[in-house]
Design a protein around this ligand. Structure first.
Ligand SMILES: [Zn+2]
Ligand SMILES: [Zn+2]
Length: 353
């Protein structure tokens, strides 16, 4: 049995049986559920992609795959069907990422916090722009992806969440509200973020940056969105920049120690840690813009503190993180002193011989 070795012919046979039995009976016969993520499109009709891919195995591979033997997603069924020459499409479009909501929110703001119609030229323009953003994979989008209707709906979701809106919110999630609040708290800064995303896409620069790891869960930790976060990381990981920063610190007689917690890789790891430290870009991206990174924009930071800075928005500066570490340390020490306070003179003698 070679999983995934399905051909155009075997898929067509599975489709023919599906047509003959009807959806319900076909799924029941082979033990599959309805497709939740992808459908395969053939002759204008849609089929449950996982069931079709699994059943196609019985021609050439001896038996149909059971549902628990593979996934229906882009790792397995969807990928196999595409390879066999079929069109596969997402059932549901992906949730809006923070970047997309930032762009929509800026439009709603420019429109006096009112929603816009699908026919509005600005909605049509934004729809085109959203389709260019390198955030959601082609395979996860269907033909309605960020079309003017969907964009218009999102502008109403945002507008009806505005604190001054009288009436019930149309829809929308926690991330819409979070972005709206950012705009109300810091309008100029957020407008700047929206502008940077637009410029970065127009210049083609943001399309070239690799996604950061686990970035889908980052929508609440990257205040300026995924794309500018990619740029932030690219700047920090720029090898020659980091080398220059390290050289300048050593040249100035400094130590390669974390500016937040003081961790020194060489002190702890010896030779293996010598010369190692990460850099954190301290200037917020909406201020740094597209300009070149200055060495003074980079702070030396250990891997743990770096993670903690980026973990949740707003990001503390290394100095702020250091202050919070010190506050916690002082509080812990006070607590330890209370616990260790001698209960009797005898105890005191034991503690202070
Ligand atoms: Zn540190
Ligand atoms: Zn950083």
């Amino acid at each position: 049995m070679h999983k995934g070795a399905i051909t155009q012919g075997s898929v067509l046979k599975a489709i023919a049986e599906y047509d003959q039995l009807g959806r319900e009976e076909f799924l029941a016969k082979y033990g599959f559920g309805e497709a939740r993520s992808y459908v395969v499109v053939h002759d204008g009709r849609e089929y449950d992609s996982k069931a079709i891919a699994g059943v196609a195995h019985q021609w050439g591979q001896g038996r149909a795959l059971r549902s628990d033997e593979f996934s229906g997603g882009k790792e397995h069924a969807a990928a196999w069907l595409k390879r066999a020459g079929f069109q596969v499409k997402a059932v549901k479009n992906p949730d809006w990422a923070r970047d997309e909501i930032i762009l929509a929110c800026q439009l709603v703001r420019e429109n006096g916090w009112k929603g816009l119609d699908a026919q509005d030229a600005r909605v049509v323009e934004l729809s085109g722009l959203l389709q260019l953003l390198p955030i959601h994979h082609e395979a996860e989008r269907n033909e309605k992806f960020r079309n003017p209707n969907g964009v218009a709906r999102k502008t109403f979701d945002i507008a009806t969440r505005h604190p001054e809106y009288q009436g019930k919110p149309t829809n929308g999630g926690a991330l819409d509200v979070a972005v709206l609040m950012d705009f109300l708290d810091r309008p100029d800064e957020m407008a700047g973020v929206a502008r940077l995303i637009r410029q970065g896409i127009a210049a083609g620069e943001l399309q070239t940056l690799a996604p950061t790891e686990g970035e889908e869960v980052d929508d609440f930790s990257a205040p300026e969105g995924r794309l500018l976060m990619r740029r932030h990381q690219a700047r920090e990981r720029n090898k020659s920049l980091r080398k220059k920063k390290i050289a300048s610190v050593i040249h100035g007689g400094g130590r390669l120690a974390c500016e937040a917690c003081g961790f020194d890789f060489e002190e702890v790891y010896g030779d293996r840690g010598a010369g190692y430290i990460e850099c954190h870009h301290v200037v917020p991206l909406h201020e740094a813009g597209e300009g070149r990174t200055k060495l003074s924009d980079l702070a030396l930071i250990c891997a743990n503190c770096h993670r903690m800075i980026h973990r949740r928005a707003p990001w503390p500066t290394p100095g702020e993180l250091r202050a919070s570490i010190e506050r916690k340390y002082a509080a812990d020490r006070r607590a330890a002193e209370v616990i260790a306070r001698p209960r009797s003179a005898v105890d005191e003698q034991i503690l202070k011989p």
